[in-house]
Each structure stands twice: as C-alpha cells, then as structure tokens.
Design a protein around this ligand. Structure first.
Ligand code: PGA
Length: 241
C-alpha cells in the first residue's frame, strides 16, 4: 500500500483529481469506479473544472458506482444516482448510458448479478475510487461482511445511518438497506485509490494499514491488493505516525 499524505483536504483533492484526469487522458476508454459521500465532492468539482478548462474528454469513459440505497429511484435527491448526476455526470461530456449505479428498486437479486456481469463485460474496473467509513466499511460492506461477497444487498449499521443522515432532509429516513458492490468485486479493480480526510477517520486508517486483515475491519482487506494508493490529509494520517 502506498500512502501519500498532504497537508489538507484541498491538496488531497488536487492530487487525486490529477491522477484521475491523467488516467482519462492516457486511456480514453477508461473504466472508472466511483464513490459517493462527502469525501469525493471536492474531487468531482475539480474534475468538472478541469473538463471545462482543459477539455478532458469523457466521451468513451465508462463508470460504475459502488452502491445505491434500497427503495430510492434515481430522481430522489437522497439517491446516489441523483448525487452522481448532480455532482459530476451532468457537467461532463460523458454518455449517461455508460454510467452505472446499482438499481435500488425492482428485482434487486437479479440486478446484483447483472451489475457484476456488466463490470465484467466492460473489461473490469481500471481505477476504483474509495472512501472509508469510521467503522472501516468500504462501500456498504459493514464490519462482519464476508471477503467473498460480490454485489449484494447489505443492511446498514446504526453508525452508517447516522453518518449519512446529513444527506437527507429533516424528517426523512435514511434507508436501512442498500445494494453494494462486495469486497470481492472491489478487489478485482486493477488499481484502487482510497481517500480519507479528517481526524474522525484516523483510527479506521490506522487499523486498515497496520491492523490484522479481518472481516471485522473490512478496509483491512486492501492490504492484500497489489495496487492501492491512500491519499490522506494530516489529520486522517495522524495515528500512523
Ligand atoms: P464520507 O463517507 O466520505 O461521507 O465520509 C465515506 C464512506 O462512508 O465510505
């Protein structure tokens, strides 16, 4: 695992954006794995700015997002499809048909299988962007999730529901379940970029890097992947010193 520590979040956003936009320029049909949450927002706004100023071309890019809440249509402002369109896809020259977010409605079991197949048919994910939960989750793979999982229906922990409540309006309930790429699906990505910011992620990062590889701390499985780069600000890296 390579660890790159920057002074603050802004510098982390700049560095990760550079990695992604360079990869898009080198391989115009890149398959990008994308994440939601607060952490990637600064990266997506920079990708949009780069597209507007430097013309980085997304015409042939394919994307796969990690997860989606159960029961939310893409038009729901709390859904991850809405988030991705709003923060990124609507502002790039990407073909929306080539952007994939798991479906949270309809027959979820068969949608999970189809999602896995669609990733395979696209030739696999070249670069997967990841965040990490304070409990060590990656995507919605909560502590205790088997390392063998592919795309599946996951039950969220109370901690995650609380952390994500900020994305929902007052009085709106965070869904209790989600469709998520599994640990095995994530590990198939050729390269993984994990981004963590702030003191509240410091312990999760320390356990991921230095702790035992255990299903109780899902992100620790990344120790087994040959090409992972962590981008951290000083606060998130503070327990590594
Ligand atoms: P955050 O979420 O970026 O909103 O902190 C990260 C995650 O839960 O994976």
């Amino acid at each position: 695992m390579q660890t790159i520590i920057h002074k603050n979040a802004e510098q982390v956003y700049d560095a990760v954006t550079k990695q992604i936009t360079e990869a898009v320029r080198i391989k115009p049909d890149l398959v990008l794995g994308l994440a939601t949450g607060s952490t990637p927002v600064g990266i997506y706004s920079r990708m949009v700015k780069d597209h507007q100023t430097n013309g980085t071309d997304y015409k042939k890019i394919t994307t796969f997002n990690l997860d989606e809440y159960e029961g939310l249509e893409g038009s729901h402002p709390g859904s991850y499809r809405y988030f991705m369109n709003d923060k990124l896809f609507d502002h790039l020259n990407i073909d929306i048909q080539n952007t994939h977010v798991p479906s949270g409605t309809g027959n979820l079991e068969s949608a999970c299988k189809q999602y896995e197949k669609a990733i395979e048919n696209a030739g696999g994910i070249d670069i997967q962007l990841l965040g990490i939960g304070i409990n060590g989750h990656i995507a919605f793979n909560e502590p205790g999730t088997s390392f063998e999982t592919e795309t599946h229906i996951a039950t969220l922990t109370e901690e995650t529901i609380k952390a994500n409540a900020k994305f929902f309006g007052e009085g709106q309930q965070v869904p209790l379940r989600a469709v998520t790429m599994g640990i095995r699906s994530i590990l198939k990505a050729k390269k993984i970029i994990l981004v963590a910011l702030g003191k509240e992620k410091a312990e999760a990062i320390q356990k991921m890097v230095r702790g035992p590889v255990t299903e109780l701390h899902p992100a620790s499985v990344l120790q087994r992947h040959p090409n992972v780069t962590l981008y951290l600000d000083e606060e998130a890296a503070s327990y590594l010193k």
